[in-house]
Each structure stands twice: as structure tokens, then as C-alpha cells.
Design a protein around this ligand. Structure first.
Ligand code: HEM
Length: 622
């Protein structure tokens, strides 16, 4: 074997070979022992040189559950070791005290940072990417736009319009033709049309019977995947690819161009028409019927009209893309997980339908009723629906993790010391699944936990319910998101039943947003008067993994089995007597070749890591 030649070709002899043999055996033993113990305790395996990266990649197909397991084992905070010298160590936490400390109490010491801005470079100098004064002034402006009275009523109207005129007729068509449809795709199209209408005042018509190709939507999906990759590969690697313009980075550059072209051309067209509109109206005259999207509201502000064109364009362009991402993907992802959860929990679906019946008294006739009779107050009465959405966001937060940098050395409430250069990762997904935070039933979907004894909605503090972030950077679209999601869910559930296609596997996609990897394939059936809900044919990836129970136990034993087999295979280079050759150890004379022992051990570790990674990848990806 090549390794045997390498091992044998070194020449340094050492006295006391027994010590080296013992060290080698001890190392191997500890390696087996700790790797086995760590896996039993669900902690990642930390290897020399490569750190925990092989273990991480071995579990990448179930990355969120993997993080949940090791955070639970580590009591909510864990220092993840990257390869030596690459600066990829990170402190991962799901401890609400740490969240409160970093996002609220001492937020000035924990900026998003320059690395975040670089990773999210396609969003320019937008709100999402900035810190300090630049962030504060943009946040203030966006807050004033989103709380504008005309925008607030337009928001509800636009949302209802899309549901009544597009979504319900489309689903009705799918149901009548007995077709199967991907609900995730439907929601992404719907929320893209709605977000464009609300932000830019145009409807791209993405949600249509023929499901047209939408380059912007595909580009945004590609960008989300590549930005996720930037988080998990070494910095120098993705930067080199970006510089060379190849691989995934080329995909991102192309996606960026498509998105930029769309936003720029739309804004240019809208600016002209809004200017004409404003010009044709007398000063101070306020037309209640006129469009009141964010761009229009922004342009109608007297202070903005005085701004120079460059300042204006920069603010709008940088933030439009930011808001489209914020508004489209988060809401669509939540709705997708929500409908999947309902398909698995008929009781919750039944409760929502009962609530809808109470507040939507007219019984549906033979044809689906597209009209959603809910205004802001009406939606406010749908407490159970709201609770079910919160429960979905607890278990499947679309922004599954957030990062922060450290400005000055500090100690977190959990006791971890942090200093400049430490990357903090707050894993919202794990936070919703910790027994110590949500109780023994934390893994169950129970909307009831959000309802008080008096029937009101239970408020949970933001550091605990972290789906919308917390502190000064809490999501600005939370209200808007609930209005839209409740309008969509109420209309869909009132009119249709959804059956997840038998055997469809549901699992998260590797992306900055928690989308479903395979979408959500469903059959659409018209809702009958007597509501009969059925449990779903779809299965979660966790269920699939559970079904492969033998594989899991095999995964637990894999480090030990591989270690023993590898050691036996490698042993000829270490222990066999071979006069005249330069083996690591010549048992005949008990002479040891020092370099060869080191090499032997390194080869052992390297092969061990590769085999374990390959094995685990095979086991978990099937
Ligand atoms: C279920 C739906 C939504 C969820 C779960 C959600 C969650 C979040 C989270 C976790 C953040 C913090 C991100 C970060 O700081 O990196 C955020 C920020 C933000 N969200 Fe949302 N969001 C949702 C919907 C929306 C909608 C519909 C809008 C409006 C178009 C919106 C607008 C924003 C904005 C402007 C920020 C930036 C706030 C800042 O940095 O000061 N979000 N959102």
C-alpha cells in the first residue's frame, strides 16, 4: 500500500519504541472512545487539523436537527471548531439569555458586522446590511413608510385582492382538474406578486394558471442558496471563486444581474408614472383611491421630492430588493410549513375551521367562496389561527439563524468569553425545540400553548420566540406578515382541503431561508359542508430517518467499527516485523521509526475522518 511505502521510507530511529507504540494505541483508543461517546452525547466530533468540519458535512442533510441535538447536549451554547488557522470557529447558541443580552441589553457591542455585509453584498447598503447611523436612518424611513395610514389600508386591500382574484380561482382550477400542485411554488408566486404590489406598485402576474417562468424568482432562489454556502465554506474559498467568476459565485453574479435589472427597470417605469400622477394632482390633494405602495408613499413625501436623484435612487434600489426578500420568502416559507403541519394535525385544522365558521357565518355554497370578509379587526378575532401560525414559526422559523460579530471582549450570560473575531450564531430553529425553554412537549405542534385561559393570545417575549428577531432590529414587517398569512390561510382552508401526496418527503432545503427541499406536493379538494379532515400522506425527513432505525444505530456504531477495521488494515505498516525495511516499528528488534509513527497516526486520522464522513453522508442521505 502507498501509505506503507511512505511510512517505511522515513528513517528516524528512536529509542523506547514501547512508548511510541503505547501512545499510538492510546491515541487510537481515545479516538474510538471519545468519538463514540461524543456521538452518544450528540456532540460533534473534533478532529485534529480539520476540526468539526467533517462531522458537520456528514450531517449537512439534516443540519438543523443536528444543531438542535448538539445544542441540547451542550446546554444551549457550543463552540464549534473549524479547521485550524482558517478562523472558522463560531459560538452557536440558542440560549434566550444570550439572545436578550446580545440583541437588547448590549446590542451596541454586537453589530452585524463587515463580514455579514460582505456575505450579503448583493443587498448593497440596505437596511439589512448596515449598522450604526446608516441603519438607524434607513430604519426610521422604512418605519414611517410602513406606518403610513394610506399604506396600511392598501396593504390589506392588496393582500385580499391577490387571494380572491388569483389564489382561490387557481386552486379551484387545480382541484377541478384533479391535478397535483406544489404549494410552496404557489406561495412563492403569491407572495412575490403581493410584495411587488406593496413595495413597487406593480403586479408581475407570477401567480397565473400557466405558472409562467419568472427569472427574478429563480434568481432570488439561487442567490439564497449561494449566500448560504458562503456561510459554511472558508472565506478565502468563496472570495477566490467570486474573483475568478466561476462556480457558485458565477451563479450568484448572474442572479444578482437579473434581480438588479428587474428592480431598476421597474423603479424607472414607476417613477415616471408616479411623478405624472403627483403632478396632475393639486398640492395637498389626497386621493384615497390612488395606489399607496411604499414607492408611491415615499415619492409623495415633500422632503423626498427635494432629494437629489442619486440619493433617491440609492435608497430605493438598495431597499427594494431587501424588502422583496424579507416580504416574499419568509411569508411563503411559513405558509408552506403551516399547511404541512395542518395536514399532520387534523385537530388543529378542525379548530381553525370552527373558528372561521364562528366569524364567517355564511356557509359555503356549492362554489368556492373567494371573498374573505375580514378586515383588520376581523383578522384580529382569529385567535386560534394566529396561535397556529406562531406555533409553526416556533418550529420552523424561516430565518433559521442570525449572526453577530463582537466589537469588544465580553462574557455572555451563559459564561462564554467572546472577543473581536468571534462569530456568534443564534439558532432560532433550535431555540423553538428546547425542552428547558418550551417544556417537555416542545417537539409537538400545539397551537393551544399560545392561548391563555381566558382565550386571548399569549404573548411570549421576543428573546424566547425569536422568529422575528428582537431588540431594536426586530422585524418591521411582522404585522404585515400576519395580515397576509391569516388572509391566505383563512380563505384557503374555508374553501379547500389539502392532501399531501402519499410518500412525499418533507425536509428543509440548504438555504438562508427555511424552504422545503422538495416543495409541498398536494391534491386540492373542494371543502364540503361537513368537514372531514384526514391525516397526511407526506412524511417528514425525521420520520423517514426513524423508519431507517437500523441505519441510526449503525451510525452510532460506525466510528468504532471503522476505527477497528482501519487499525487492523493499517497495522502491517506499524507492527509487522519486516527485517531490512523501515517500518514504523520493527517488533523483532523493538526499534521504532519516529517520523513513521507520526505519519502512521496522521494517515490513520485522515482516513478515519474520510471514511466516517462518507459513511454518515451515505446513511443520512440514503
Ligand atoms: C413570517 C414572516 C417574517 C418573518 C419570520 C420575518 C423575520 C425577520 C427576522 C428574523 C429579521 C431579522 C433579520 C436580520 O436582522 O438579519 C427580519 C428583519 C426585517 N424584516 Fe422581517 N420577517 C417576516 C416578514 C416580513 C415582511 C412581510 C416584511 C415587509 C416587507 C419584513 C420586513 C423586514 C425588515 C425591513 C427587516 C429589517 C429590520 C432591521 O434590520 O432593522 N419582514 N425579519
Amino acid at each position: 500500500m502507498a501509505w506503507g511505502w511512505i511510512v517505511g521510507s522515513t528513517s528516524l530511529s528512536m529509542a523506547y519504541p514501547e512508548i511510541l507504540i503505547s501512545v499510538s494505541f492510546l491515541l487510537s483508543f481515545f479516538f474510538f472512545f471519545f468519538s463514540y461517546r461524543l456521538r452518544r452525547h450528540k456532540l460533534p466530533l473534533n478532529l485534529p487539523v480539520v476540526g468539526m468540519v467533517p462531522d458537520f458535512f456528514a450531517h449537512i442533510s439534516r443540519i438543523h436537527d443536528y444543531a438542535t441535538e448538539f445544542l441540547a447536549a451542550a446546554k444551549w451554547t457550543f463552540v464549534f471548531k473549524g479547521p485550524w488557522l482558517l478562523g472558522m470557529d463560531m459560538t452557536i447558541t440558542c440560549d434566550p439569555d444570550n439572545v436578550n443580552y446580545v440583541f437588547v441589553t448590549r446590542s451596541s457591542n454586537y453589530p452585524k458586522g463587515e463580514e455579514f455585509a460582505e456575505i450579503f453584498d448583493i443587498f448593497g447598503d440596505s437596511l439589512l446590511n448596515s449598522d450604526g447611523e446608516a441603519w438607524r436612518s434607513q430604519r426610521k424611513m422604512i418605519h414611517s413608510l410602513m406606518s403610513n395610514r394610506r399604506f396600511r389600508s392598501y396593504e390589506l386591500k392588496a393582500s385580499r385582492d391577490k387571494v380572491e382574484k388569483r389564489l382561490i380561482p387557481l386552486l379551484q382550477g387545480v382541484g377541478e382538474q384533479n391535478n397535483v400542485v406544489d404549494l410552496q411554488d404557489v406561495f412563492l408566486r403569491l407572495t412575490f406578486d403581493t410584495a411587488c404590489s406593496l413595495i413597487l406598485g406593480v403586479d408581475p402576474g407570477c401567480l397565473a394558471d400557466d405558472f409562467p417562468d419568472v427569472p427574478f424568482a429563480k434568481a432570488l432562489g439561487d442567490a439564497e442558496e449561494v449566500i448560504f454556502l458562503r456561510h459554511i465554506v472558508p472565506k478565502f474559498w468563496w472570495k477566490a471563486l467570486r474573483w475568478l467568476g466561476v462556480g457558485e459565485e458565477k451563479k450568484l453574479a448572474m442572479a444578482h444581474r437579473v434581480m438588479d435589472d428587474f428592480v431598476t427597470s421597474t423603479i424607472t417605469r414607476r417613477k415616471e408614472s408616479i411623478s405624472k400622477e403627483i403632478g396632475s394632482r393639486e398640492d395637498g390633494e389626497d386621493d384615497e383611491e390612488a395606489a399607496a405602495d411604499l414607492l408611491t408613499v415615499y415619492m409623495r413625501q415633500p422632503t423626498v421630492r427635494e432629494k437629489n436623484a442619486l440619493e433617491f435612487d440609492k435608497f430605493i434600489k438598495d431597499n427594494a430588493l431587501n424588502l422583496l426578500l424579507a416580504g416574499r420568502d419568509t411569508t411563503a416559507a411559513t405558509l408552506t410549513w403551516f399547511f404541512w403541519l395542518l395536514s399532520m394535525h387534523p385537530h388543529a385544522e378542525h379548530e381553525i375551521l370552527e373558528e372561521l365558521k364562528r366569524h364567517w357565518p355564511a356557509a359555503p355554497d356549492e362554489t368556492p367562496n373567494p371573498n374573505t370578509p375580514f378586515d383588520r379587526d376581523g383578522l384580529g378575532k382569529l385567535v386560534y389561527l394566529h396561535a397556529a401560525l406562531c406555533e409553526c414559526l416556533r418550529l420552523y422559523p424561516p430565518i433559521h439563524a442570525q449572526t453577530r460579530e463582537v466589537a469588544k471582549p465580553d462574557v455572555l450570560p451563559s459564561g462564554e468569553k467572546v472577543r473581536p473575531g468571534t462569530l456568534l450564531v443564534f439558532h432560532a430553529y433550535s431555540m423553538g425545540r428546547m425542552e428547558g425553554i418550551w417544556g417537555k412537549d416542545c417537539m409537538e405542534f400545539k397551537p393551544e400553548r399560545w392561548i391563555t385561559e381566558s382565550g386571548d393570545l399569549r404573548h411570549e417575549p421576543a428573546p424566547k420566540f425569536f422568529a422575528f428577531s428582537c431588540g431594536s432590529r426586530i422585524c418591521q414587517g411582522k404585522d404585515m406578515a400576519f395580515i397576509h398569512m391569516k388572509t391566505v390561510a383563512a380563505a384557503m382552508l374555508r374553501n379547500f382541503r389539502f392532501e399531501v401526496v402519499e410518500g412525499h418527503v418533507v425536509e428543509p432545503k440548504l438555504s438562508i431561508i427555511l424552504h422545503m427541499k422538495n416543495g409541498l406536493m398536494v391534491k386540492v379538494c373542494k371543502r364540503e359542508r361537513s368537514v372531514v379532515t384526514r391525516s397526511s400522506g407526506g412524511r417528514s425527513s425525521e420520520e423517514v430517518t426513524r423508519e431507517r432505525g437500523d441505519c441510526c444505530s449503525m451510525a452510532d456504531w460506525a466510528p468504532v467499527v471503522v476505527g477497528v477495521v482501519l487499525f487492523v488494515l493499517l497495522s502491517p505498516g506499524l507492527v509487522l516485523e519486516a527485517p531490512g525495511t523501515h517500518r514504523a516499528v520493527d517488533f523483532g528488534s523493538m526499534r521504532t521509526n519516529g517520523k513513521a509513527v507520526v505519519l502512521h497516526t496522521l494517515v490513520f486520522f485522515a482516513l478515519y475522518s474520510v471514511i466516517i464522513v462518507a459513511l454518515r453522508l451515505h446513511i443520512y442521505t440514503g
